[in-house]
Design a protein around this ligand. Structure first.
Ligand SMILES: *Cc1c(COP(=O)(O)O)cnc(C)c1O
Length: 427
């Protein structure tokens, strides 16, 4: 059932309002826009409460409405169900990993890993994409675009195919993991390899929106962030609304940082939670403009040339900076940075625990390790770490590690003759 609820676009700096159906991504002054829903009216109409979501059953286009669209009235209330383009994204698992928690020195009962790599195209990007592509159709857009470090292009490609829209993805030359570019090609989207970095691609996307009316599906698109909010609500629901002490996740373009803060702010306004968890956003040392801004009391962002093995967060000029600062203020949050070596070590541990995730995701676990060592996170704290992408996204990093490293977790293959005695040596 679609609901006649009036949502609007609103500048996060000046509060200037614009209609939801106006195609724009910033205010007239270039500030980021929030999607603002009439939470009070929605709460009243649906009787929003913890029990409401516990008991809610329903279908969207004939499919069980778990995941993103379980929260439809808080994601995009005015959109008709028939306009929703969904692959049942969300409903991802919350793991307890004995091996990972003992490596970190945390109590297994109090440490959780939310695996967003279990989404339809293997990353959390699908949660935002289902909403933004539904809105693209609703707004009668013909062509959708993105700049991508890989996962957004994989997601866009799959959803553009489903929605029968023309897709165009821009990826920086030489910097995209093989699993991700393979997906974009396989799902049939035009893939342009740009002689430049992610930040160059992002600039082109903004220009293409103005000059070529191509609709961008990067996280500058406020509808993407509405879908990504559901990661937080799903975690809260999985924890029976017991707010954890910490939520830890990687930061690149800072879309998640922005969306997660909004999700908690709204949950608080709706009375679903009575306190806020603290955020710890983790950046790779070679791509850490947000970390540096945090250390400088958010006096301003200095864009930098990004360099890290974790290609999904190899971003030097994050578009959602101002929204992300707001999220950290709401959650008394912190930003930490970790080296590529620390990311690889954390990844070897997450992978060897039988869970596995791509490098950027493992910045989360490397960050928890460092924050425990720094005594920011206490061993008794309840901690949720978010793994943003699937292990198979970046097989090259895995092969390089296990063939070339001499660490205790390095697990290279062995060549043997076809002889049972050879097997005996390994048992
Ligand atoms: C996009 C992406 C990120 C970065 O998320 P932001 O919201 O841009 O900060 C981190 N990890 C993975 C796997 C991603 O695909």
């Amino acid at each position: 059932m679609s609901v006649n609820m009036k949502s609007i676009l609103k500048s996060i700096a000046t509060g200037k309002e614009y209609p939801l159906d106006e195609i724009r991504f910033t205010s007239d002054n270039g500030e980021l826009l929030d999607v603002i829903h009439d939470l009070e009216a929605i709460k009243k109409q649906f009787g929003i409460s913890r029990e409401y979501y516990f008991n809610k059953r329903g279908k969207i286009n004939g499919q069980p409405s778990g995941g993103v669209w379980h929260f439809k009235e808080l994601v995009m209330p005015s959109l008709a169900e028939s306009e929703v383009v969904s692959k049942q994204e969300g409903n991802t698992r919350l793991y307890h990993s004995k091996k990972t928690s003992s490596w970190l020195g945390l109590n297994v009962e109090r440490f959780f890993l939310k695996h967003e790599g279990e989404n339809p195209t293997g990353s959390f990007k699908d949660r935002g994409m289902t909403v933004a592509i539904s809105m693209a159709k609703h707004l009668k857009q013909k062509a959708v675009t993105c700049a991508s470090t890989g996962n957004t292009s994989a997601s866009l490609a799959a959803y553009a195919s489903e929605a029968e829209l023309t897709g165009l993805v821009l990826i920086p030359k030489g910097n995209v993991a093989v699993g991700k570019i393979s997906q974009a090609l396989a799902y049939g989207t035009k893939t342009l390899v740009v002689n430049g970095d992610f930040d160059d691609c992002m600039r082109l996307i903004r220009e293409a929106q103005v000059k070529l009316s191509a609709y961008p599906l990067n996280s500058i698109n406020p509808f993407r962030l509405e879908g990504q909010k559901t990661i937080i609500w799903e975690i809260l629901q999985q924890l029976e609304w017991q707010v954890p002490d910490w939520i830890v996740f990687p930061g690149g373009n800072l879309g998640n940082t922005s969306a997660f803060g909004k999700a908690l702010h709204e949950a608080h306004q709706l009375g679903l939670i009575d306190r806020m968890p603290r955020f710890a956003v983790i950046q790779a040392e070679g791509a850490s403009p947000f970390y540096k801004a945090f250390k400088n009391n958010f006096a301003g962002l200095t864009p930098e040339k990004a360099d890290t093995i974790a290609t999904a967060i190899k971003i030097g000029d994050p578009v959602n900076y101002t929204k992300a600062v707001r999220s950290l203020k709401w959650t008394n949050g912190i930003v930490e940075s970790v080296t590529d070596e620390e990311i690889l070590e954390a990844k070897a541990n997450v992978d060897a625990a039988g869970i596995g995730a791509e490098p950027a995701s493992c910045a989360t676990v490397a960050g928890v390790k460092k924050l425990i060592a720094n005594r920011e996170i206490k061993p008794t704290d309840r901690v949720v770490g978010i793994l943003t992408g699937n292990i198979l996204k970046d097989p090259q990093v895995i092969v390089d590690y296990h063939f070339n490293r001499k660490t205790s977790l390095a697990n290279p293959p062995h060549d043997i003759d076809a002889n049972i005695n050879e097997l005996k040596k390994f048992l």
